[in-house]
Design a protein around this ligand. Structure first.
Ligand code: MLT
Length: 264
């Protein structure tokens, strides 16, 4: 891992391989290790960049609220610091997808393609936003455990929970190890994120939409609608996977990514 000071915060970033750049953006409250299998699968052909967003993993924490736009600004500055000026492919899962949408909104010219994995274009309902803010307060008081207890049962397909408890346990460790301030800041940021549904039709770069068929957080029905609204999108549904498709079905997700990247 490299550590770079970006927009006043120390960001840890994995930078592997050579070739056209692909950046992998993790979900909430996770870190770059959720992409280990995809880094492994892509690094022989591509330069794979997998950062820990501010407040997560080994990166520093800054600010009581971090908007999805701020995360996107960090990534744009990170690309500058890594001297990546060619257009790249940005791939985000869930919160990483919210960040990818904001990156597209501000830096579309820097994108060769977009991968939206188990994510949502809609903003939070007022009730969901209020619930998030309440949870952020709880995490600041009690640590990540209450959030982990709420989220973990929803992240995986039943098949993963039964056959691969080690995947669930490893993710639980990452979540429990995340800085409470980082969690709260991103939760506040997600609660105020804009609805990008009306803009989906303007995303003109090649786009791959990936969803686990058993995803209950960003369900297939919702992701099919996203794929239909984006002019050059292709949808891949991953059987036997939930919200954490890249961890649950790493070979299938990596194959979909490779095929998409090869065609660009
Ligand atoms: C994630 O996986 O990043 C979260 O489910 C995003 C969210 O809470 O909306």
């Amino acid at each position: 891992m490299k550590t770079l000071t970006i927009n006043g915060v120390e960001l840890a970033v994995l930078d592997r391989g050579r070739g056209r750049a692909v950046m992998l953006i993790h979900g909430f409250p996770l870190d770059h290790t959720m992409w280990d299998a995809q880094v492994e699968a892509l690094q022989s052909q591509y330069r794979v960049i997998a950062p820990d967003l501010r407040g997560f993993g080994r990166s520093g924490v800054a600010g009581p609220v971090v908007s999805m736009e701020q995360f996107a600004d960090d990534l744009a500055a990170l690309l500058g610091a890594l001297r990546i000026s060619e257009p790249l492919v940005l791939c985000g899962l869930s919160m990483g997808g919210y960040v990818a949408f904001q990156f597209w909104r501000k830096y579309a010219a820097r994108l060769r393609g977009l991968v939206l994995c188990d994510t949502r274009a809609a903003s939070d309902s007022p009730e969901a936003a209020a619930g998030r803010r309440e949870m952020a307060q709880r995490v600041l008081r009690e640590g990540p455990a209450p959030l982990v207890d709420t989220m973990l049962p929803k992240l995986f397909a039943p098949d993963t929970r039964e056959k691969h408890p080690e995947i669930v346990a490893a993710l639980q460790r990452v979540m429990l190890g995340t800085n409470p301030q980082g969690i709260a800041a991103a939760a506040y940021g997600m609660a105020e994120r804009p609805d990008v549904t009306p803009q989906l039709g303007s995303i003109t770069c090649p786009t791959l939409v990936i969803v686990g068929q058993a995803d209950v957080i960003s369900p297939p029905q919702e992701m099919r609608a996203i794929a239909q609204a984006i002019p050059r999108a292709r949808l891949v549904e991953i059987a036997g996977a939930g919200h954490m498709a890249p961890l649950e079905r790493p070979a299938e997700v990596s194959a979909a990514l490779r095929e998409f990247l090869a065609a660009l």
